[in-house]
Ligand binder design. Structure first.
Ligand code: ADP
Ligand code: MG
Ligand code: MG
Length: 482
């Protein structure tokens, strides 16, 4: 095998096993201490594994990537070794998954709660307003979703000072990386197993991760509930999609789609049983009225939507903040233990009409994050900008404040890590965010699935505020239970 071109610096030497052991004291807690020869070998093997197992993404540097399958692929940005994470917090996060599933479903059924919670946001945020318009129309026509499908991801960080696992947000639309995160876990299991002599660790402490299969299985189960063997599962995508599937853009759905008198959705001659939205979560996804027409057409249809407009709105940050208020969870859930478990993972969340919170945030902007109703990373406000923005909003006395919420900033412990991007490894200090995928499927009163479906660990350099992998801030990681 030839040395890979940009794999760290230099060529790939053979490893002398006996010598190596003495170099590596505790590689998992400080991978920076790993001997550079071993490191080269690990990186090389990780890159080979990624190429062979499809741990790859479209390469933006290659023009035809994304339009021609199999052309222009590059290994996904990854952490070379898994992130050490306490088993107790891992279990806590997994236990929360079915409770959040139930919460989303209950909240989604309360149309008035969603409309009221977002009523002030609606005035100043055109995008959320359009989503709410679709939701109101469904309320007006008394639209019922008997079969409800949610594929969610709840994200957490472990706060260093309090040692609490705190929720960052709950995603109910277009949850990314269920396809790749399971591969990263496999890659790490494979590396740890292959190098167990050198690293002295047990690969079985990386939890198995079935995210892709689980999500696919639940989509298939939803399709079965629809009960029409000739109907299809349709994935709504952005025009330049880097994921590969049977797919339609919103504009294509507007051009090729219609509903029959019984509500059946037909797109390009195919009856659609299940719609999975890999797009539609951001204003850019709706460049014209055509895309909004497509969204409304799908919502009115009897196709199973993942997510329905109600599920989508339930995932907004404003709803997250409202649910964290005293006595609000009690409106939706009966089980006291479940409520206590959810509350234990809620960070401080405030509306901007809370003058005390705003005052505190102006005095101590570093302790807060300001968030608009947006998804996909890169939209939040941090540090001094929190103060500046709050002061500006106060001065203008504008209603724009209703577009945001304030959140307690969580500070995870940073740790030394090895990040690999485009074949090159970097020694960095990093922090991590754990996402737990979950699926919920019900048909009327029957809950068919409510499960945890694997996990996503994202690791980013500690100097970066935001955490998007696709946005270039973070890498994919897995976890090593301690
Ligand atoms: P999005 O829906 O765009 O992903 P998030 O609420 O997840 O919005 O925020 C994006 C990123 O910002 C997170 O992945 C995390 O890295 C960081 N972040 C968000 N909220 C906090 C917080 N309260 N404390 C620290 N970091 C945060
Ligand atoms: Mg989100
Ligand atoms: Mg997020």
């Amino acid at each position: 095998i030839n040395s890979p071109p940009n794999c760290g610096s230099g060529s790939i030497p053979e490893i002398k096993t006996t010598q190596q052991k003495s170099f590596v004291k505790n590689p998992m807690s400080d991978p920076h201490t790993i001997d550079s020869e071993l490191l080269q070998k690990l990186v090389y093997d990780a890159l080979v594994w990624s190429s062979l197992h499809g741990l790859v993404v479209g390469d933006r540097n290659v023009q035809r990537s994304g339009s021609i399958p199999g052309v222009g692929l590059v290994h996904a940005p990854i952490a070379l070794l898994p992130y050490s994470f306490p088993e107790s917090h891992w279990k806590q996060a997994c236990e929360l998954a079915p409770i959040f599933n139930e919460l989303v479903d209950r909240v989604s059924l309360d149309g008035k709660f969603l409309q009221d919670t977002l009523s002030r946001t609606k005035k100043v945020d055109a995008f959320t307003s359009r989503l709410l318009d679709i939701h109101s129309r469904m309320l007006q026509i008394g639209k019922k979703e008997d079969i409800r499908l949610g594929l969610h991801r709840s994200d957490y960080m472990l706060d260093e000072n309090t040692n609490l696992l705190l929720q960052i947000e709950l995603n109910t639309i277009s949850c990314s990386f269920s396809g790749l995160s399971c591969l990263v876990s496999e890659l790490h299991r494979s590396l740890l197993s292959q190098y167990k002599e050198h690293l002295g660790v047990d690969f079985r402490r990386i939890p198995k991760n079935n995210s892709a299969n689980k999500f696919a299985e639940v989509l298939a189960k939803a399709w079965m509930e629809y009960n029409n063997p000739s109907a299809v599962v349709m994935v709504v995508v952005q025009p330049e999609e880097r994921n590969i599937a049977i797919r339609k853009t919103l504009a294509e759905i507007d051009a090729q789609g219609k509903t029959l008198s019984d509500g059946t959705l037909v797109v390009d001659g195919e009856t659609v049983a299940v719609i999975y939205f890999r797009a539609g979560y951001a204003p850019n996804d709706y460049p014209s009225e055509s895309e909004w027409k497509a969204r409304l057409l799908m919502e009115k249809s009897v196709a199973i939507k993942c997510p329905s407009i109600s599920y989508h709105l339930t995932g907004t940050k404003k709803v997250q903040q409202e649910l964290a208020k005293p006595n609000v969870l009690e409106r939706f859930l009966d089980n006291k233990d479940d409520i206590a478990k959810l509350r234990a993972c809620f960070a401080g969340l405030w509306s901007l009409d809370d003058s005390n919170a705003v005052k505190n945030a102006i005095e101590q902007p570093g302790a807060f994050v300001m968030k608009p109703q947006r998804e996909g990373g890169g939209n939040n406000i941090y540090g001094d900008e929190v103060k500046e923005t709050l002061l500006r909003l106060q001065k203008e006395g504008s209603e724009e404040e209703a577009a945001y919420i304030l959140m307690q900033r969580i500070f995870p412990k940073d740790f030394p890590t090895l990040l690999v991007r485009e074949g090159i490894y970097y020694k960095e200090q990093a922090i991590s965010e754990l996402g737990i995928f979950s699926a919920y499927l019900r048909n009327k009163e029957k809950v068919i699935v409510s499960d945890q479906c694997g996990y996503l660990m994202r690791t980013k350099v500690s100097s970066s505020n935001e955490g998007g992998v696709a946005a270039g801030f973070a890498v994919l990681d897995s976890l090593y239970l301690t």
